[in-house]
Design a protein around this ligand. Sequence first.
Ligand code: MF3
Ligand code: CO
Length: 257
Amino acid sequence: MIPIKNKEGIAGMRDACRVAADVLAKMRALAAPGISTYDLDQEAKKLIEGYGARSACFNYRTSRGQRAYPAYTCISVNEEVVHGIGSIKRILRPGDIVSLDVVVEYRGWIGDNATTARIGATAPEVDRLLKITEAALYHGIECAKVGNRIGDISHAIQTFVEGNGFSVVRDMVGHGVGRSMHEEPQIPNFGRKGTGEKIRPGMTLAIEPMVNMGVHRIETLSDGWTIVAADRKPSAHFEHTVLTTETGPEILTIPTA
Ligand code: MF3
Ligand code: CO
């Protein structure tokens, strides 16, 4: 069952998503040559706590037995797709790209969003990877309309990305989000039109294309978390939490500060 949020739930999600978006925007502004991923993560921790929120990532486990996530945000550099551990001291250098993923819990509700930033000047093909991934997110969001199905979102993202010569990661998916970080439904970034659950008003969906410049296959590093592109080519990730309404999708993770 896909949880449907009532008025209070929607208000709670709005607040949590605003915090997540503000933290992400501020973190993005700090991402520049010379800063380490550790420092970025520590800054994010302070920002999150300043809002009276907490990181939903810290200590998170995706399955029983998995090592608890040891950082406050996910910071993934270049060939790292997602779940790069922000507590590792990697210095960002010109030409790098860095995906920042901020998930906060605020007053019992969770907001989830991600962006990929350029560090200094990057190669033209890398710039294109970022542009296409972000545009794919918006194409997906446009399909999050009442009466459509989840597969319509998936299909829009996949056809746009592949039409532009890149590949979508298949082993990681977007998801419903609310009282917990991962709720039904799963939202793959590939799929067929007209398949999957029907979209109804009051769903809160984390739509998150992960796009590889090379092959779609991924591997997990020995730290148990960091996901990398199997061919070690660059990868990008953009994510918003979206509320479905009778009048269309509404992006909740828009920064205000
Ligand atoms: N936004 C990611 C997700 O939706 C981040 C969570 S992974 C965590 O899965 F371990 F850091 F929590
Ligand atoms: Co997510």
